[in-house]
Design a protein around this ligand. Structure first.
Ligand code: 4AD
Ligand code: MG
Length: 462
């Protein structure tokens, strides 16, 4: 007997044959003559209907067939008489592989809130919603690798444990093997990290960019795709302490090329989701957000709006809307400002460029005016910042000046500075927050619902 997935069976035109299917019971209903079991094996949002005749399967033999239990069903694949599905299985044999006590199983058929599901993150992949989100997440990861491979980029693996702070923002998780009780102390009475595993203080990476730049100045076009960590105490629906980031870096690209790449990349990914995940997207559209599919199509079909930070500040200052935080040239934009530009003013994705140097990282290339840098942020409806990037400062002297101004320790980054010492070149890149992309594509409202095991303050249960 060929092993087949529910997805394959539902698409099958080869009827009246014996099949074996295994999966988890979503619901069982029926009467004293016949029972209908909705079985899901994770391959698709759709269930397959298993029909169990009472003659062959008396009620007491189906006691273990409850919501959440796992079954192996043999039977005949036949055209369905009922509405809602083309085919169903006329069961000949039902084996309960694993029971799920209805008194205890937390995922009964009654609607469960997303907040409640977060508390049982170990079981929520069993729900339709998380099945859809996780399949879309997979499809997006695959599409990202495919996009870069098709365009001649090389995938580079950058370290997770590092001795430097790529963003210079001090939001790092320390990694240490020193004992909590009585750690070794130096002459000044401080914990002596020279005696630690790596011989210096280390932390989890906040970004693979700096190592990505080394690779781009050797291989030309590269990207990273890995976990990154930020110890920022942000309890928001857009921030995680552990998230995945995609960071392309390209030698000889300037800010204009960088924007072109970001826009083409994002529009390609959304197009991929629309063509490869139609059923899961339709489910999420119907269940949570009736505008989801329209929004995705809009992004595929329309160019992004590009403007400078300075132009954006002018728009915000003359806006009729009252903002909680006042806008003035030089201050960082708050999410209320970003949302106004994207959702009210332009009504489309926006790329903001040339921010004041004071509010951006040390590695960004200084503009001729000496006040702004070649930064770009891509802002999306409902999300805010989805991409942050820039053209990089390739001039050693200017870079050293910026590092001093921003108190970035030179001795930690001597290896990075070597790229500017030997064969430096113009280059640019950006970081896409993977979960922010998944938020946009799925239409989910909270970033904690688009990653299997979200890490946020006080969350390390699983
Ligand atoms: O803007 P960020 O901090 O930029 C960088 O890390 C650069 N090194 C990227 C580069 O130029 N190679 O982060 C990039 C993106 C953000 O635009 C956002 O989408 C996401 O990463 N991001 C987060 N996502 C979830 N939770 C957080 N705490 C995030 N912080 C940033
Ligand atoms: Mg940013």
């Amino acid at each position: 007997l060929r092993k087949t997935s529910v997805q394959d069976l539902l698409r099958s035109t080869d009827l009246d044959r014996e099949v074996l299917v295994r999966g988890w019971v979503r619901t069982r209903r029926g009467n004293k003559y016949v029972q209908f079991i909705a079985l899901n094996d994770g391959s698709t949002i759709h269930n397959i209907q298993v029909v169990a005749d009472a003659e062959k399967f008396p009620e007491e033999n189906l006691k273990g067939v409850t919501t959440g239990s796992c079954l192996a069903v043999r039977g005949k694949l036949v055209a369905s008489q009922g509405k809602g599905q083309a085919v169903e299985i006329q069961a000949t044999e039902i084996e309960v592989l694993g029971t799920a006590d209805p008194e205890e199983y937390p995922l009964q058929k009654k609607a469960t809130s997303l907040e409640y599901l977060r508390e049982i993150a170990h079981l929520r992949p069993r729900t339709n919603t998380f099945g859809a989100v996780l399949r879309i997440r997979h499809a997006m990861a695959f599409a990202i690798h495919q996009y870069f491979n098709d365009h001649g980029y090389f995938y580079v693996h950058t370290p997770i444990i590092t001795g430097s702070d790529a963003e210079g923002a001090g939001q790092m998780f320390r990694v240490t093997t020193l004992p909590e009780q009585n750690p070794p102390l130096d002459d000044a009475g401080q914990v002596d990290y020279k005696q630690d595993f790596f011989g210096k203080p280390t932390n989890l990476t906040v970004s693979g960019q700096l190592e990505g730049e080394l690779a781009a100045l050797a291989l030309g076009k590269i990207y990273t795709f890995g976990p990154t960590f930020r110890a920022e105490n942000s309890n928001t629906a857009r921030h995680l302490a552990e998230f995945w980031m995609i960071e392309p870096e390209v030698a000889f690209n300037d800010l204009e090329d960088n924007m072109d790449l970001a826009e083409d990349f994002l529009r390609s990914l959304v197009r991929y989701a629309l063509t490869h995940c139609p059923d899961d997207l339709q489910f999420l559209n119907d269940q949570y957000d009736k505008e989801l599919l329209n929004r995705l199509k809009f992004v595929v079909d329309n160019e992004f709006q590009r403007l400078t930070y300075t132009e954006a500040v002018e728009i915000l200052k003359s806006a009729k809307q009252k903002f909680e935080f006042p806008v003035d040239w030089g201050t960082d934009l708050q999410s209320e400002h970003e949302r106004y530009l994207v959702e009210k003013h332009f009504k489309k994705p926006v790329i903001l460029t040339n921010y004041p140097k004071e509010i951006k990282a040390f590695y960004m290339k200084l503009d001729e005016d000496g006040r702004t840098v070649r930064a770009m942020d891509v802002l999306f409806p409902g999300i805010g910042e989805i991409i942050g990037g820039s053209q990089r400062e390739e001039d050693l002297t200017k870079l050293l000046t910026r590092m001093q101004e921003m108190h970035v320790p030179e001795e930690d980054l001597w290896w990075y500075l070597d790229t500017r010492r030997y064969g430096t070149a113009p280059h640019a890149g950006f970081g896409l927050g993977f979960e922010r992309l998944i938020l946009f594509v799925t239409g989910m409202a909270n970033i904690r619902d688009v990653i299997p095991f979200p890490r946020f303050p006080k969350s390390a249960e699983f």
